[in-house]
Design a protein around this ligand. Structure first.
Ligand SMILES: NC(=O)c1ccc[n+]([C@@H]2O[C@H](COP(=O)([O-])OP(=O)(O)OC[C@H]3O[C@@H](n4cnc5c(N)ncnc54)[C@H](OP(=O)(O)O)[C@@H]3O)[C@@H](O)[C@H]2O)c1
Length: 251
């Protein structure tokens, strides 16, 4: 088991799905976790209660919209007030919106880019001063196979996840040697985000397209995230780690 005792981690979109699984695994590894969420009060509270059952570390939850610069600053003010600094930021909050190009709705395009890209930039900007005091600071961006190969009818989403890959590579050089920056690029994962798309016959077609013949669980993604945050990965920066069952073989 990876030991992150004493580490302090902010997870955006920690109320549900992949973010909540990351929160649980960080807590099991000994870290203190700040669960950021936007609308799911009940789920965020349930996640926080789970973390408190897992360990006595000073876990907390904070409600904010990652697209709002002032709210994001307050999130990191809260982390600083509680912990004095942080060791890791997981940029996980995201939305997946069906928006065919021919019927493009500019407000949907804007909303996708605001959460998935601008939100990650705003969080990273505010996190930097708090990360600087850490002996092994890192930022991990949750990208997607869509950002590597594109995704028909979800091109705004694919573009946003491609932007996170290039941001990861840019930030890894810009913030070295103090802060490592990596990305995880999941393929299909069973969460609220994909529950409709992965129902019925479509699910079988998806499974058939994945060499490992399974859809990932949120825990399948959390493991690689926690690895990248740990000192086992201390010489890894600028990496895009595929967690997709072999469906997209690019870095
Ligand atoms: N599921 C997949 O197959 C898959 C594949 C590849 C990549 N990903 C990526 O993995 C990440 C997590 O996905 P998921 O499947 O776990 O999604 P999910 O279950 O739909 O959860 C999305 C999370 O993002 C938060 N969020 C959304 N808009 C926000 C905003 N404006 N400000 C703050 N938080 C916001 C939500 O908070 P509330 O609950 O409070 O609204 C929720 O915690 C996303 O970046 C997604 O693109 C997912």
């Amino acid at each position: 088991m990876i030991d992150l005792t004493g580490r302090r981690v902010v997870v955006t979109g920690g109320s549900r799905g992949i973010g909540a699984a990351c929160c649980r695994l960080f807590a099991k590894s000994g870290a203190a976790v700040l669960v950021q969420y936007m609308a799911s009060d009940t789920k965020a509270l349930a996640t926080l209660q789970e973390l408190r059952r897992i360990s006595d570390a000073p876990h907390a939850a904070f409600r904010c919209d990652v697209t709002d610069p002032d709210q994001v600053c307050k999130l990191f003010d809260a982390a600083e007030a509680r912990w004095g600094g942080i060791d890791c930021l997981i940029n996980n909050a995201g939305v997946w919106v069906h928006d065919p190009l021919a019927q493009l709705r500019p407000e949907r395009l804007q909303a996708t880019l605001s959460v998935n890209v601008v939100g990650a930039f705003l969080a990273a900007r505010c996190a930097i001063p708090l990360l600087m005091g850490s002996p092994d600071a890192s930022i991990i961006n949750i990208s997607s196979t869509a950002g590597q190969r594109g995704e028909a009818f979800y091109s705004a989403y694919a573009a946003s996840k491609g932007a996170l890959i290039s941001a990861t590579k840019s930030w890894s050089s810009e913030l070295a040697p103090q802060i490592r920056v990596n990305a995880v690029a999941p393929g299909w994962v069973d969460t609220d985000m994909t529950s409709d798309a992965l129902s019925g016959e479509q699910r079988e077609a998806v499974i058939a397209s994945i060499p490992l013949h399974r859809v990932a669980t949120p825990e399948d993604v959390a493991g690689p995230v926690v690895f990248l945050a740990s000192s086992l990965a201390r010489h890894i920066t600028g990496e895009i780690l595929n967690v997709n069952g072999g469906s997209v073989l690019v870095g």
